[in-house]
Design a protein around this ligand. Structure first.
Ligand code: ASP
Length: 324
């Protein structure tokens, strides 16, 4: 009996790599006082479905890359979140979406920005990574590439949500661009992202967004930029960010966390905390990130009121949180 127990422990500790996935659905002014039970349930369900979708892939021996892709698709298809179907409106009443994906095994990456009618921008980012010699494609060119690769398009009506449209009108009155969940206390929808480690110890990260409500001039955020909103390297960690993108770009957020681990020898938690609470906070930036390392440590720091987030990993049930 003892031998069986010890063998099991040895197997799980030394042979079976831990697997795990973490997701976010955006950070911002998310207050319990402004949330109804019904809404909270819907968000929790949406996050749970996304986590379970990615987890099943990992559990069956699938890759971290497939897991983060599937989890992000689930969130892109959910109108509650600011990505894919639920994307916010630009100043000229359109949707312009950004998405990136990165494979920590070989540092391959794909990104798209300013795409208007691609149903799942994360699938297009992945196609850029796998089927082209480029890393980033934008607007019309990205659409053309999508058509060539049989990526699904959706009509303007598909992306229309009444709530988002009202949100735009409010933003226009103020003349500013907003994180969608910061515009009003009860608007808590956001950019989506996933990071994972698979049974082979490979890391991957994916992020997708409609950007900021009322954005103009072809504004592109951190989500589209490898190293800013998204990064993955098996040597260190996989990271996906959410918040006011300008601050994340200026501080090269996702890569910064990896660099703090690689060069300053910080742990995942130390590196992520240093980034959010010193570097980002130090320039008055707002938002958060999720990150995972090859030992399946997971961290989710943020300096905003809340961040939709959750994870599941070997030996630990699904955990979903919204507020601080
Ligand atoms: N980071 C995204 C952007 O600036 C927005 C968000 O995370 O909600 O486009």
């Amino acid at each position: 009996m003892l031998i069986i127990k010890l063998t099991r422990r040895f197997y799980f500790t030394y042979i079976m790599k831990k697997i795990g996935i973490a997701i976010h659905g955006g950070a911002g002014t998310i207050l319990k006082s402004a949330m109804t039970d019904e809404k909270e349930k819907q968000y929790t369900e949406g996050l749970n479905n996304s986590l379970i979708t990615g987890w099943r892939i990992l559990e069956q021996g699938g890759s971290a890359l497939d897991a983060v892709t599937a989890s992000v698709i689930e969130l892109e298809n959910n109108p509650l979140f600011n990505a894919g179907k639920g994307s916010v409106y630009t100043n000229d009443e359109k949707h312009e979406m950004d998405a990136t994906i990165m494979d920590g095994k070989n540092l391959e990456a794909g990104a798209v920005c300013g795409v208007t009618n691609v149903k799942n921008p994360i699938l297009l980012a992945r196609a850029v990574m796998e089927k082209s010699e480029f890393v980033m494609m934008s607007t019309k060119g990205a659409d053309e590439f999508a058509k060539l690769n049989n990526i699904e398009f959706a009509s303007d009506e598909y992306f229309h949500t009444e709530h988002r449209y009202k949100q735009l009108q409010k933003a226009k009155e103020s003349g500013k661009a907003f994180l969608d969940h910061t515009l009003e206390k009860d608007m808590k929808k956001g950019t989506v992202g996933a990071v994972a480690v698979d049974a082979n110890g490979n890391l991957a990260s994916a992020t997708s967004t409609g950007g900021m409500t009322n954005k103009k001039y072809g504004r592109i955020g951190d989500t589209a930029i490898i190293g800013a909103g998204t990064y993955a390297d098996n040597k260190t960690c996989a990271v996906s960010c959410t918040g006011t993108g300008e601050y994340f770009m200026r501080t090269v957020a996702a890569y910064r966390v990896a660099a703090l681990m690689e060069y300053k020898k910080l742990s995942l938690k130390e590196a992520a905390d240093e980034y959010i609470f010193k570097i980002l906070t130090g320039i008055d930036g707002d938002g958060g990130l999720i990150a995972i390392d090859t030992d399946c440590n997971i961290v989710m720091p943020f300096n905003s009121e809340g961040m939709y987030r959750g994870f599941v990993k070997t030996g630990q049930e699904v955990e979903i949180k919204i507020y601080k």
